[in-house]
Design a protein around this ligand. Structure first.
Ligand code: HEM
Length: 116
């Protein structure tokens, strides 16, 4: 069970890497919202929700921290959704919206690592 949990953590980290990596590429480039960001977020979300369940039996999740991470994730999802829509209509995305996606993604990684 322990090895399975670690495998799901690995998938969660791949999601984080895809989301943040895609964002960094755009931060030094065109500053656009891309499909890769949404894919990374979906992967991190699915694996994160699986990790939020109390398994193996001797593991108790920090539900306060996970609640905060979930709210941050929903905010990232909303920004990506709004950004994708606006970009499709106008061809550009507001700088504040773009930067917030990266800041909130890093915030969730920091919460995961620093809040023990
Ligand atoms: C974009 C959103 C997210 C990012 C960037 C992110 C990032 C991370 C990172 C970097 C870790 C590794 C920390 C470590 O092992 O030291 C982690 C672990 C974890 N994340 Fe997330 N996360 C996100 C969303 C979520 C959500 C929505 C949940 C669940 C509600 C969640 C649940 C967890 C759990 C339970 C762990 C700990 C794994 C363990 O040690 O057993 N994450 N996250």
């Amino acid at each position: 069970m322990e090895i399975l949990r670690h495998a799901v953590v690995l998938v969660h980290l791949v999601g984080f890497a895809v989301l943040f990596g895609a964002w960094v590429v755009e931060a030094v480039g065109q500053r656009r919202i891309t499909r890769l960001m949404t894919w990374g977020m979906v992967i991190a979300a699915v694996a994160g929700l699986a990790l939020a369940a109390p398994w193996p039996a001797d593991f108790t999740p920090n539900y306060t921290k996970l609640g905060v991470k979930l709210v941050v994730l929903l905010a990232i999802g909303a920004l990506l959704g709004i950004g994708t829509g606006r970009q499709r209509k106008t061809g550009t995305v507001a700088p504040a919206l773009f930067w917030l996606v990266g800041i909130l993604t890093l915030t969730n990684a920091a919460l995961a690592v620093l809040w023990r």
